[in-house]
Write a new protein. Structure first.
Length: 323
C-alpha cells in the first residue's frame, strides 16, 4: 500500500507530470486480475527503466459517453477505482476526461500528443483487447508497430483465465447479478466492495433487534437482491456483518436499499462513510407473513454470516490512500 499515490488530471500543469513514466493503460473497471496483470507488467517495466509506473484511465467510463441512456452497472466508481489502484504499488494515476474531444481524437494523435508529447512516457502496458482513439482504431498491435520509431517499450498482456473462462468486467457483473460472490471474488482477486454514506431509514431494524446502517447504492447497481455476509470498513477498523440488499418485500417493496447489521458494534453511524465488502451470498430476499418468522430468519442469517466470515478472516479489498 502506498501513501503518496498521485492523481494527474487534464487540468494539471505539465510540470506536475514525471517525464519518462511508464503507464498501464485501461478503463480498469473493478481492477480485476486481468487489469492487475497489466499493472504488474507496468511495475516491472518501471523498475527496469528506473521510472515511476502510473495507471492511465478515463473518466467518465467511455460507455457513458457513447451510450448515455443505457444503464451502466459499474463495478467501481472513480473513487473506488483509484483506491484500488493505489493499493497495487503504482505511483499514481493519470485520469483523462472522456468527452467529445477525447472521443474524436485519432489513435495516432492520442499516441503522439497525449502519450509522447504530454506525458513523455518511456513505456506502456496494455491488455490484449484494449482499443483507443476515434472509432477504436487504436490497438495493442498499433502500439507495438509504433514503438521502435517512438523509442518506447510496449508490453501486451494476454487474457487471464479462471476455469477456462477469460476474466473480464462484464463476466464479474454477470456473476454479481447471479449472486455468485465466490466467482466474482476469484476474478477480482479480492472481494467486491461498495462505499457509501449511512442514511436515515425507517428504523424497523432497530425495533426488531437488528439496527442497520442503511446505504443507497447507485441506481444502476446490478447486484442480486438477497442476504449477504459482508465485512465493513470504518476507517481502519473492520467489522463483520450481515446485509440485505433489496426492496424489503415484507414491509414496503420500495427502492433498493443496502441494510447492514454490524455484529458487536455500538455507536452512531449516521453520516459516516462505510466500505462494505461482499464475502458470501446467503439466500434470496423473501417475504414473511409474520414478524416472528422474520426475526428467526434474521437470527439464522446472522449465525450463517458469522460462520462464513470466520472462514475468511482476512477477506477485504486491498485499498490504498489517494493523494
Amino acid at each position: 500500500m502506498t501513501s503518496n499515490f498521485t492523481v494527474i488530471r487534464d487540468s494539471d500543469a505539465p510540470a506536475s507530470t514525471p517525464k519518462g513514466m511508464v503507464v498501464a493503460m485501461g478503463n480498469f473497471d473493478g481492477v480485476h486480475l486481468g487489469h492487475r496483470a497489466v499493472i504488474a507488467a507496468a511495475l516491472r517495466m518501471g523498475r527496469a527503466h528506473g521510472k515511476p509506473a502510473f495507471a492511465l484511465t478515463f473518466e467518465p467510463h467511455p460507455r457513458r459517453y457513447f451510450s448515455p441512456n443505457t444503464p451502466q452497472f459499474r463495478l467501481t466508481d472513480e473513487a473506488a477505482k483509484l483506491r484500488l489502484l493505489a493499493g497495487t504499488g503504482l505511483s499514481g494515476a493519470v485520469v483523462m476526461t472522456f468527452d467529445r474531444r477525447r472521443a474524436e481524437t485519432t489513435a495516432q494523435d492520442f499516441i503522439h500528443h497525449d502519450l509522447i508529447e504530454r506525458l513523455g512516457i518511456s513505456g506502456v502496458a496494455v491488455g490484449y483487447d484494449f482499443h483507443f482513439g476515434k472509432g477504436r482504431v487504436g490497438s495493442p498491435a498499433l502500439l507495438v508497430a509504433e514503438a521502435p520509431r517512438l523509442g518506447i517499450e510496449v508490453d501486451v498482456q494476454a487474457h487471464v483465465d479462471i476455469a477456462e473462462r477469460p476474466v473480464s468486467s462484464s463476466a464479474i457483473r454477470e456473476a454479481l447479478a447471479e449472486g455468485q460472490i465466490n466467482e466474482a471474488t476469484a476474478m477480482l482477486g479480492g472481494p467486491w466492495f461498495i462505499s457509501g454514506e449511512v442514511i436515515h431509514g425507517e428504523k424497523r431494524g432497530r425495533h426488531l433487534g437488528f439496527p442497520t446502517a442503511n446505504i443507497r447504492l447507485d441506481k444502476n447497481c446490478g447486484l442480486k437482491h438477497g442476504i449477504y455476509a459482508v465485512r465493513v470498513g470504518l476507517g481502519e477498523a473492520r467489522f463483520d456483518a450481515v446485509a440485505s440488499f433489496g426492496r424489503r418485500p415484507t414491509f414496503d417493496n420500495g427502492a433498493p436499499l443496502l441494510e447492514v447489521f454490524l455484529f458487536d458494534f455500538k455507536g452512531d453511524l449516521y453520516g459516516r462513510r462505510l466500505d462494505v465488502a461482499f464475502i458470501a451470498f446467503l439466500r434470496e430476499e423473501l417475504k414473511f407473513d409474520a414478524i416472528d418468522a422474520l426475526i428467526r430468519q434474521m437470527d439464522d442469517d446472522s449465525a450463517r454470516a458469522r460462520e462464513r466470515l470466520a472462514a475468511a478472516p482476512d477477506a477485504f479489498p486491498g485499498l490504498g490512500v489517494v493523494g
